[in-house]
Write a new protein. Structure first.
Lengths: 497, 95
């Protein structure tokens, strides 16, 4: 296989093959990414770069190749969202409150990656505690989207909360990245940066060692430049884990196998309720194109109804803050992280450490969560939301009696400008209108880049599947990717002159 | 059911987040904006619908009641902002 002019332009699967045939060494490949990272600091995609560790791991991988004991991701450089605890490498969750927290343990998902031979390039920037859809709530400043609108120098957001991972993949600063998705935090930034992002079924990947936001919704997933790359990563990430009792003891198929199988004979559902008022016409147009592509590839298109769709975001903004208010109770200024100076007493220590350590959006959500769980309001808000959540899950169960997967837009619009939506939290929340339902119902879903907006920005289409049927989701995603033939790249404005 | 300043002070205390007096009113407004929006759930008929407790059907797993990762005091204390020997330091609690 001829190598491209820069090794950073290889896809993960191409790089894996080039490493195996020893057309390139991991040290060469990793070195090229370390250099790319250093030249792309204008994007602010990383909170922590780990170049020395990366090159050490790469050298160890090259030794493995030499002795013929290479593992599935041997020598493949990856970026990790700073929500995954990495042993000996500072982990911030995008928050001041974790301070200089250096985990004495490794998350299960990242441990699986290192056990498979992958190389750590660094920890990526993100919305604080994964609460945000633009990466603007990060204590470490926003991430810039590598994409800019045609004839514009305006900085756009990469989406969020996995904004740093999305930007890093889109700008070729890594071969793939880890994200987490609680309401759309992998798929929405993937769509806004022209990459592939997948949220697996709840329980497919262990949540152990991932800083918790909303435990019934959080799920780790791969972000990559192709569907095949996402399939390769998911295979290594997934698996039951004794440390996470909600991780599923389900067989893990080889996701690469059958990836090119196409959609002939599959029934693809198109949910009526995903046509929303006020969405730009280009979103509907791209969706219609996606339907045509799938029909042309041999799928049967079925109209389905998900009648409770419009209630998904309000349910999410009760359930997620409720769980967050409980999960974030651990930040007390005593055992780790930020501690307020000269506390008067222990209550003052807690209250000021948390007020200083949490940003505005996190404070707002913890207070909302505390309110909806408090005596007198619990039934009216939290229990009612969980009942509507049952109805949302039932909608999907009924739809899946008539189809194998659903095809929807990923986001209601292309990337927006920095600061454009920060004044109104609810307008920011609406970014996740098409993605949040899959979290509430625990279903696997992928976003695939499918076209450009009128002003030249990437847009994604989403495939949602049945629980634990990632294989079909990936197969349809691959078919969509092939039909869309998305090959546009952002201009490399961020490269240091 | 709109959140007033007194309620905001109360939930901020429950959540152990210090709120300066001038932050109370703006926070009440922000919370009310969000709560007004989520209140559309009141129009859904949920009679007889059970609250969702688990998205994926699975049996609760049991494990043996054993110490699996003990004896790591040094690692546990390594990130403490203030510690003495193997103790976390907090302001005096009992006078």
């Amino acid at each position: 296989m001829p190598l491209p002019s820069s090794p950073t332009d290889l896809t993960l699967s191409e790089a894996r093959d080039a490493l195996r045939t020893r057309a390139i060494s991991s040290v060469e490949l990793t070195g090229a990414f370390v250099e790319a990272l250093a030249g792309a600091r204008a994007l602010n995609a990383f909170v922590t770069e780990t170049p020395e560790r990366a090159l050490e791991m790469a050298a160890a991988s090259d030794a493995r190749f030499a002795e013929g004991s290479a593992r599935p991701l041997e020598g493949v450089p990856l970026a990790i969202k700073d929500l995954f605890c990495t042993k000996g490498v500072r982990t911030t969750a995008g928050s001041r409150i974790l301070g200089n927290f250096v985990p004495p343990y490794e998350s299960t998902v990242t441990a699986n990656l290192w056990d498979a031979g992958a190389v750590l390039l660094g920890k990526t920037n993100m919305d604080e505690f994964a609460m945000g859809s633009s990466n603007e709530t990060s204590y470490f400043k926003p991430v810039a989207n590598p994409w800019r609108a045609r004839n514009s120098n305006r900085t756009l957001v990469p989406g969020g909360s996995s904004g740093g991972s999305a930007a890093a993949v889109a700008a070729h600063l890594c071969l793939g990245a880890m994200g987490t998705d609680t309401g759309g935090s992998i798929r929405q930034p993937a769509a806004l940066t022209g990459i592939v992002g997948m949220k697996p079924t709840y329980g497919r990947c262990s949540r152990w060692g991932i800083v918790a936001f909303a435990s019934s919704l959080d799920q780790a997933g791969p972000m990559a430049r192709t569907v095949r790359d996402a399939a390769i990563l998911l295979k290594v990430m997934a698996g039951v884990d004794a440390k996470d009792p909600t991780s599923a003891d389900a067989p893990i198929p080889d996701y690469e196998e059958g990836l090119e199988g196409g959609v002939k004979g599959l029934r693809i559902g198109v949910p009526l309720q995903y046509r929303i008022d006020g969405a730009p016409p280009e979103i509907d147009a791209l969706w219609a194109k996606g339907v045509d592509w799938m029909r042309a590839e041999g799928a049967e298109i079925v109209e389905v109804s998900l009648p409770h769709t419009k209630y998904a975001l309000p349910v999410y903004y009760i359930v997620a803050p409720a769980e967050a208010s409980s999960n974030l109770a651990r930040y007390d200024g005593v055992r780790f992280g930020h501690r307020a100076a000269e506390p008067r007493d222990v209550t003052d220590l807690y209250e000021r450490s948390r007020a200083e350590g949490f940003g505005a959006e996190v404070r707002r959500r913890v207070l909302i969560g505390t309110y909806v769980l408090s005596a007198g309001y619990y039934d009216a808000y939290y229990v009612r939301a969980q009942k509507v959540r049952t109805l949302i899950a039932r909608d999907f169960a009924q739809a899946f009696e008539r189809c194998d997967v659903l095809l929807t837009p990923t986001t209601p619009a292309a990337a927006f400008a920095l600061g454009e939506k920060t004044a109104d939290p609810v307008s920011m929340y609406l970014n996740d209108v098409f993605t949040v339902t899959a979290n509430l119902a625990g279903l696997p879903a992928i976003s695939v880049p499918a076209g450009l907006s009128e002003n030249g920005l990437p847009l994604g289409l989403q495939i949602v599947g049945k629980a634990f049927d990632e294989q079909t989701v990936l197969r349809v995603g691959r078919s969509l990717e092939r039909a869309a033939g998305f090959s546009a790249k952002p201009g490399a404005w961020w490269k240091a002159a | 059911m709109s959140v007033d300043n007194k309620t905001v002070r109360h939930i901020a205390r429950l959540a152990r987040i210090a709120l300066a007096e001038e932050q109370v009113e703006p926070m009440a407004n922000e919370l009310n904006n969000i709560l007004d929006w989520v209140r559309q759930l009141e129009e859904v008929d949920v009679a007889g619908v059970p609250p969702l407790t688990s998205v994926v059907e699975q049996r609760l797993k049991m494990r043996d009641d054993l110490v699996t990762e003990g004896d790591q005091a040094d690692a546990l204390m390594a990130n403490a902002p203030e510690a003495e020997d193997h103790f976390f330091v907090v302001p005096r609690v009992v006078e």
